[in-house]
Design a protein around this ligand. Structure first.
Ligand SMILES: [Zn+2]
Ligand SMILES: [Zn+2]
Length: 144
């Protein structure tokens, strides 16, 4: 199935969904939510050093949409670092181009193309696998 236009293209799922400050005496911590498209904006512009032009092309969105995304992501990141909040990465209409599969038995991580179907761990042959893209809710846009 084709990728709907509103699904923003993301290279791969985040490795971790939750980050929290250490020494959590102020429980419950306030939470900050960064969507998967905001996460991708940070990866492209701040981690990989792409221009807004290049990054917006990679995500298949307009440059102004990209600028708003990165602005929001930076504000939230500053807030959580300065105020000691918990970060949760979730939400947003995205299509992952690649996936990460983790074997829950031997803990191996595998990077795959999103359309690749891995049903068995290549190292220990376990079927007990965690599909990262699926765990972020990916699938509706390009179900196999
Ligand atoms: Zn998809
Ligand atoms: Zn394994």
């Amino acid at each position: 199935m084709a990728r709907p236009k509103n699904n923003r293209s993301v290279f791969e799922p985040p490795l971790y969904k939750i980050f929290a400050p250490q020494g959590g005496e102020r429980i419950p911590l306030e939470q900050v939510r960064i969507s998967l498209d905001e996460f991708e904006a940070v990866r492209l512009a701040d981690y990989s050093g792409l221009s807004h032009e290049e990054a917006s092309e990679s995500m298949k969105i307009s440059r102004s949409t990209f600028s708003r995304l990165i602005e929001k992501a930076r504000k939230k990141t500053a807030d959580l670092v300065i105020n000691g909040k918990q970060l949760i990465i979730e939400g947003g209409s995205v299509h992952f181009r690649n996936n990460i599969i983790k074997c829950l038995d031997c803990k191996s991580l595998y990077k795959t193309k999103i359309e690749e179907c891995v049903t068995e761990c290549p190292a220990c042959h376990s079927n007990n696998l965690l599909d990262f893209a699926g765990s972020y809710g990916h699938g509706n846009c390009c179900t196999l």
